[in-house]
Design a protein around this ligand. Structure first.
Ligand SMILES: *Cc1c(COP(=O)(O)O)cnc(C)c1O
Length: 431
């Protein structure tokens, strides 16, 4: 499918992986295949496609050539064997869990997650009969103790929202291995440029492509990337992948597709029946963004280090959580988990608490007050009154979103302007 090989460097792959000149027209940029359906060569061809005996395009709820380029590119950048794109990051999380779970099964998840993910896992998945046990992932014994016979996955964020905490991915991957279950890493806030979870032992990687991968705040999207390394048939825990599938005449996904079992299941069952499909226009914007991912991430990190250092030395600030600061308890972990930098997402506490945070947010001129991250624009949010509002006060504190804390997503603007903006807004907030 791809003309490139993984031996190329990241900067080359982010531009070329999965893409080639359009075979019909020679178009150098990947066309937006704005079509719902694809003409079959003949009736036998159609039957072979529907039986999964031949790979090809049937209907854009399942597969689309523009989306396929994005899937290939993401799989390559993450070092996986395949990827399935979907309509949002939250859709990707459901798509990752769907083949693993049945009613009564549970997942063990970090307390430090994106606010929407905490709500999805603590509330919404209950309607499927699934449940999540929240554990502090810095307490490895607690993670081990939370796993039981019904646990089907462990889930955490490499660089955790909102505080920018760094997860010890290797240590948690070892625990997952011992338990015979996959580790799923949400790599949204790190991106494959800063962190490569599969190399650290993760089985599956999920993304909200809405964030840094697209990078300009234009479209929502998500992806699940499979390492291809998990043996789904080693136990009877994952019958969707190892046992006969009634909807495909008893086909066994793992036996038939080997390392691509999870990816094929995601398309042939997940997208077909859940319909959380990414549209080709959105895939196009995300492909455009990924072409400059490494350049943007370098600047994001450089700016984040400067802003965090400035804030930490400011008397109006109580503390800064950025793992790229030597004062952070996660500073040493950065070298192992995300050697090119600790990302550009962190929180800081304003002396003056809740009221001062609200004033700060309202006084900023360059920073936008939005529920988003990973944009070229610098963004701020007071998590406790917005994204983490549905959580109890204890959950807010555990998630790093206490009422006296604001979250920054540092953009790629001139860092002098970002610091000046924070300076004038802190003056107003603390006066
Ligand atoms: C935004 C985000 C999500 C959810 O993604 P959507 O595209 O908004 O559905 C999940 N995890 C993390 C870390 C995020 O930042």
């Amino acid at each position: 499918m791809t003309e490139t090989t993984p031996s190329y460097g990241f900067d080359t792959l982010q531009i070329h992986a999965g893409a080639r000149p359009d075979p019909a027209t020679g178009a150098r940029q990947t066309p937006i295949y704005q079509t719902t359906a694809y003409v079959f060569r003949d009736a036998d061809h159609a039957a072979a496609l529907f039986n999964l005996q031949e790979v090809g395009y049937i209907y854009s709820r399942l597969t689309n050539p523009t989306v396929a380029v994005l899937q290939e590119r993401l799989a390559t950048l993450e070092g996986g064997v395949g990827a399935v794109c979907c309509s949002s990051g939250h859709a990707a999380q459901i798509m990752a869990l769907f083949p693993l779970m049945t009613p009564g099964k549970n997942i063990v998840v970090s307390t430090r997650l994106y606010g929407g993910t905490i709500t999805q896992f603590s509330q919404t998945i209950k309607r499927f009969g699934w449940s999540a046990t929240f554990v502090d992932f810095d307490d490895l014994d607690a993670v081990r103790a939370a796993i039981n016979d019904d646990t089907r996955a462990i889930f955490g964020e490499a660089i955790a929202n909102p505080g920018g905490y760094i997860m010890d991915v290797r240590a948690i991957a070892d625990i997952a291995d011992d338990a015979g279950i996959p580790l799923i890493i949400d790599n949204t806030t790190a991106t494959p440029y800063l962190c490569r979870p599969i190399e650290l032992g993760a089985t599956l990687v999920v993304h909200s492509t809405t964030k840094y991968l697209t990078g300009n705040g234009t479209v929502t999207g998500g992806a699940v990337i499979d390492s291809g390394k998990f043996d789904w048939s080693a136990s009877d825990k994952f019958p969707s992948l190892s046992a006969p599938e009634p909807a495909y005449h008893g086909l066994k996904f793992h036996e038939t597709f080997g390392p691509l079992a999870f990816t094929f299941h995601g398309i042939a069952i997940g997208l077909r029946d859940l319909g959380m499909t990414l549209n080709p226009q959105a895939a196009h914007y995300t492909l455009m963004g990924i072409e400059t991912l490494s350049l943007r991430m370098e600047r994001h990190v450089e700016n984040a280090v400067k802003v965090a250092t400035w804030l930490e030395n400011d008397p109006r600030v109580d503390f800064v959580t950025y793992a790229g600061l030597p004062s952070s308890p996660y500073y040493d972990r950065v070298k192992d988990v995300c050697p090119k930098g600790a990302g550009a997402l962190f929180t800081f506490a304003v002396k003056g608490g809740y009221e001062a945070c609200i004033k700060l947010v309202d006084s900023l001129e360059i920073f936008s007050h939005v529920a988003n991250l990973g944009d070229t624009r610098s963004l701020i949010i007071h998590s406790a009154s917005t994204t983490h509002r549905q959580l109890t006060p204890e959950q807010q504190v555990a998630a790093g979103a206490a009422p006296n804390v604001v979250r920054l997503s540092i953009g790629t603007e001139d860092v002098k302007d970002l610091i000046a903006d924070l300076d004038q807004a802190l003056d107003k907030a603390c006066s």
